[in-house]
Ligand binder design. Structure first.
Ligand code: KG4
Ligand code: ZN
Length: 341
């Protein structure tokens, strides 16, 4: 049983989580999203500075919530990539300083694997083979998880925009604000998802040979733009619902095909887009029909947080992996295969 403090700073959330083995004790998030909203996307320099300003307070609050002292912490985990380089470096510096001062091991972890590790908090699930649909602002992949900390294979990925990026871009062209996922999710609740049939990228027969488990969302974004230009008095809620349906449909169709074709009857959905209410709802229906067991972390653990980083650190310890060297650097484009740095 190890008490692990996890630090996440890969984008605009300064987040610290504390876990005791698999039990979640604290999950504090300070977001700089309001400072980026007027730019319609995250400004890296602004994010880095905000991490620096928020870090101490977020750590203190997490320790307070967990009712533990910093001296009780057995290991420090930190996101080392992928993400914004300057933002990652603030987290790594803070984590390295703590590890050095406390003389405790440091685990630099992969942000993408950490999203999936969030699924292991507060339950008894074992590390088992699964297909994972990882959908965030920067990534959209179908993975075969043989062992989350030791053996992950990429089956497919987006060839252009990530799913979350598509939500953000479409929200921007519709004037709904940033980040786009949550606003489209809520707008779509009042809309008709069958009103407009938007394209499902890379789903035609000829695409399926080469891109069976790959995604493409840029054509969908253009289709939404064209629809808005050509349709006077369109209803925002219908566009949001129909766009969301196109994304969710293709994500689930390809993930379930991956389950069936690899003979794996577990699907884990993780990453910020996994907070989407329609994705969560339709996943339950489709997985039941396909007799596939579905796991999705609670919505607040799908978007970036420190608890998922602590969870992955804790799994690494339990699996006997060696800690990172002090002095690790950030890898802004880290592949999922690089789990511990
Ligand atoms: O994993 P995450 O918090 O950060 C990255 O690692 O990128 O994912 C952020 C992305 C954003 O693009 C955001 O719009 C999207 O997740 N997102 C959602 C929802 N909540 C966040 N997308 C759809 N529906 C949501 N409810
Ligand atoms: Zn993320």
């Amino acid at each position: 049983m190890a008490l692990v403090l996890g630090i996440e700073t890969s984008c605009d959330e300064t987040a610290v989580g504390i876990v005791n083995d698999r039990k979640l004790l604290a999950n504090i998030i300070s977001s700089s999203v309001d400072q980026h909203a007027r730019f319609g996307g995250v400004v890296p320099e602004v994010a880095s500075r905000a991490h620096l300003e928020a870090m101490q307070q977020v750590i203190k609050q997490a320790l307070k919530d967990a009712k533990v002292s910093i001296k009780d912490i057995d290991a420090i985990a930190v996101t080392a990539g992928p993400g914004l380089i300057g933002a990652l470096l603030v987290g790594i510096s803070s984590a390295s300083g703590l590890a050095l001062a406390l003389d405790k091991p440091l685990y630099g972890v992969n942000h993408l694997s950490a999203h999936i590790a969030a699924d292991m908090l507060d339950n008894e699930k074992t590390l088992r083979r699964a297909i994972a649909l990882l959908v965030s602002g920067g990534h959209s992949s179908i993975l075969q998880i043989n062992n989350l900390v030791k053996d992950v294979k990429v089956k497919g990925a987006t060839i252009d925009d990530a799913a979350g990026e598509a939500f953000d871009k479409v929200a921007r062209i519709m004037g709904l604000g940033f980040p786009g996922g949550p606003v489209i999710d809520s707008e779509a609740k009042n809309g008709n998802a069958d009103k407009i049939i938007f394209p499902r990228g890379l789903s035609q027969n000829f695409d399926m040979q080469k891109h069976r488990y790959d995604f493409s969302f840029s054509g969908l974004k253009t289709a939404v733009l064209r629809y808005l230009e050509q349709t006077p008095n369109y209803k925002k809620a219908d566009v949001a619902a129909s766009f969301q349906e196109a994304v969710v449909d293709v994500l689930l169709t390809k993930s379930l095909a991956a389950c069936q074709e690899s003979g794996i009857d577990n699907l884990v959905i993780a990453g910020g887009v996994a907070a989407n209410s329609r994705l969560r709802q339709l996943a339950i229906v489709r997985c039941q029909a396909a007799k596939v067991e579905l796991s999705i972390p609670p919505a607040n653990l799908c978007t970036d947080n420190g608890a998922m980083v602590a969870a992955l650190g804790s799994l690494a310890i339990n699996e006997g992996l060696a800690p990172s060297q002090l002095g690790i650097s950030a890898d802004s484009a880290a592949e999922i295969s690089r789990v511990i740095f």
